[in-house]
Design a protein around this ligand. Sequence first.
Ligand SMILES: NC(=O)c1ccc[n+]([C@@H]2O[C@H](COP(=O)([O-])OP(=O)(O)OC[C@H]3O[C@@H](n4cnc5c(N)ncnc54)[C@H](O)[C@@H]3O)[C@@H](O)[C@H]2O)c1
Ligand SMILES: O=C(O)C(=O)C[C@@H](O)[C@H](O)[C@H](O)COP(=O)(O)O
Ligand SMILES: [Zn+2]
Length: 327
Amino acid sequence: MIVTDDRVAPLYLAPLERQLADAGYATTSVVVPGGESSKSLAMFEKLLTAALEAGLDRKSAIVALGGGVVGDLAGFAAAAYMRGIKFVQMPTTILAHDSSVGGKVAVNHPLAKNVIGAFHQPELVLYDLDTLKTLPPREVRAGLAEVIKEGLIWDAEFVSWCEEHIRELLSLDRDALGYALYKGCGIKAEVVSRDERENDLRAILNLGHTIGHALEAVAGYGELLHGEAIAIGMVGAARLGVRLGAPQEVYEVTKRLLVAAGLPTAIPSHYDTDAIMKAMMHDKKFTEGTMLFVVPTAVGKVELNPNVSAAMVREIVDELKREADRL
Ligand SMILES: NC(=O)c1ccc[n+]([C@@H]2O[C@H](COP(=O)([O-])OP(=O)(O)OC[C@H]3O[C@@H](n4cnc5c(N)ncnc54)[C@H](O)[C@@H]3O)[C@@H](O)[C@H]2O)c1
Ligand SMILES: O=C(O)C(=O)C[C@@H](O)[C@H](O)[C@H](O)COP(=O)(O)O
Ligand SMILES: [Zn+2]
């Protein structure tokens, strides 16, 4: 069963269906509305109904053709249907280099992002860079936020490379994009292979997400794109890092690179600080009253810090809102 969305379907569904038919596979396709609001329990149920109606059995597979929304949603359906069937990721966004690798699949709850989900690894990730040519520019920029994140958590040299090649990346230069996605997938795979179930190390992939996920929930899913929200969150984390002793350079490099990528770096000032703080309490890194915050310590290095108080984060949120007023 191929799952895709209504913006990707007119572009890439028919050729995939044709090729699978030529290869001898019987397929059925489900098209969901594009955008974050499709990562819902209602849409999850719709996929399970379609799977039952089409007669999928334990030897069937679900193929996710699209961005992270389709990947997370279809992957969660594959994890749950008959207690788990095979699953293939065919990412069509830059951001989905991150979501297609690593096996985290989920839908959102109105109160919090990704809180209903599973770990379910794909059998295969098939990334056709040609599909990226049709991405709207805003989605290109949002996707680059997670590419930059991979560098900021793991590889200072890759951060410098991104700074030097940001124009090529924004204009979808094939060589630059191919290299960036190869590096991004490589860093993601390296981290996940060391800690698949997020007992410790994997949480570093959450740089910028504590604030970012709260912003997505408060804005209303889809208003602020995931990459945009985590760009703001990464600037917040860099500010926190400097306050905790990291060199000022960490903040400067993070902000400069995200600005160069055309991403937002401040919180819209009309967002309610109390609501952001409340949404943050649903972060999965919050256990037994302790928040593990991903804090940069140098360019290309982060730590999981258990001593970041809600009061400190609140100050950062307010600073990021004042930044928006200055822009
Ligand atoms: N599971 C994970 O590890 C993980 C990692 C990162 C992000 N995510 C999740 O991924 C989601 C964001 O993914 P996304 O940014 O890919 O968003 P998305 O799936 O909503 O895709 C972005 C938009 O681009 C359109 N689109 C997709 N491919 C296209 C193409 N080739 N040409 C033209 N339009 C195209 C889509 O229809 C959509 O409107 C969030 O829900 C986030 O939480 C998950
Ligand atoms: O794969 C991971 O682990 C990540 O943290 C990657 C993130 O980019 C991604 O947005 C992920 O879905 C967030 O994980 P969550 O557990 O906070 O929902
Ligand atoms: Zn993310």
